[in-house]
Design a protein around this ligand. Structure first.
Ligand code: NAP
Length: 287
């Protein structure tokens, strides 16, 4: 039987295409020492350290560091690829170890590689008191909460009311974010080749008066979902990955699979389900 290749969109890139690099680190001495070694090695290979227009960003720390790198370079997602080194535990975005640094820099300088593209979440906030909207991209998720207590809002899918939500909040995650906050909310783990967004509830109130679906929902690329607060002048607390924001006078917030994607440089195969197993199950006696 022929095996079907299910990896997300992949482009093969010949060796020598990565000329400029930057390194984003977690604020600890070990990660900084790894950064210094990467800069030494790659400049020896005639690559240029360029924090403004890097072809590749090497994130050294954990998944949180990669989230910061993504938001730092959000203005050049088309031109910059990411790779993650973890200096703590194995990460979903940070899959190279500190001991593998030499191997990684040789791969960056000398080897052909693949670019894999993963879906992002586009968030648009619209207001009751002005026409302009504000937009964000999330790599993991966006959460919405009432700033002064419960979130009371209608949830619309493709413009049609789906349910009235009352509870702590709602979490909209990307496939790669499905192993983060979403997993703590009993959401499903989604393979990143499925361009989709997942909506998970945070402690919804369910009784004879208020009723929500209760299950996480997975929406395809062509569906948009809106969260519409029931009262005017609503103040909502949002998180976009590691960033926390407060928005006043929210008319509604729209969630959709973004057209933009994040690009990862893959120098070796990295099966998603192996990463899930290694991160969450480990090598127990059933492995
Ligand atoms: P943090 O509170 O310092 O770290 C949150 C944890 O989530 C870290 O262990 C981080 O891994 C891990 N993580 C991040 N992205 C992940 C992913 N895609 N898959 C699996 N684990 C992931 O916060 P932070 O470092 O700034 O990261 C912000 C993220 O924290 C948010 O995007 C959200 O997903 C997550 N979060 C989760 C919960 C929860 O599960 N109850 C609550 C709040 C926030 P590293 O240690 O490798 O950095």
């Amino acid at each position: 039987m022929t095996e079907v290749n299910q990896t997300p969109m992949k482009n093969a890139i010949p060796a020598g295409m990565l000329k400029k690099f930057a390194v984003q680190t977690r604020e600890d001495a070990f990660s900084h020492a790894i950064k210094a070694r990467i800069i030494d090695y790659l400049t020896d290979f005639q690559l240029t350290y360029d924090e403004k227009e890097p072809d590749i960003v090497i994130s050294v720390g954990g998944d949180g560091t990669l989230l910061q790198a993504f938001h730092h370079y959000i203005y050049r997602l088309k031109d910059t690829a990411f790779v993650g080194v973890h200096t703590g535990h194995l990460g979903f975005y940070a899959d190279w170890t500190a001991e593998e640094i030499e191997k990684l820099v040789i791969s960056i300088a000398r080897n052909a590689f693949n670019i894999v593209e993963y879906p992002l979440l586009k968030v648009t906030v619209r207001y009751t008191n002005r026409a302009e909207s504000v937009g964000y991209l999330a790599l993991n998720e966006c959460t919405v909460r009432g700033a002064e207590g419960l979130l009371v809002a209608d949830v619309l899918i493709k413009g049609e009311k789906f349910e009235s939500f009352r509870g702590d909040g709602l979490c909209f995650s990307t496939p790669t974010g499905s192993t983060a906050y979403n997993k703590g909310l009993a959401g499903a783990i989604i393979h990143p080749s499925l361009a989709s967004i997942q909506l998970s509830e945070m402690a919804s109130i369910n009784n004879r008066v208020f009723r929500t679906i209760g299950s996480p929902l997975i929406l395809p690329r062509h569906h948009r979902c809106q969260v519409k607060p029931v009262s005017d002048n609503e103040v909502l607390s949002l998180t976009i990955d590691h960033l926390s924001l407060v928005h006043e006078n929210v008319k509604f917030i729209e969630f959709v699979v973004a057209e933009k994607k994040i690009r990862f440089a893959r120098f070796r195969p990295l099966p998603f389900w192996r990463r899930v197993r290694d991160s969450f199950i480990g090598e127990g006696e059933n492995s």
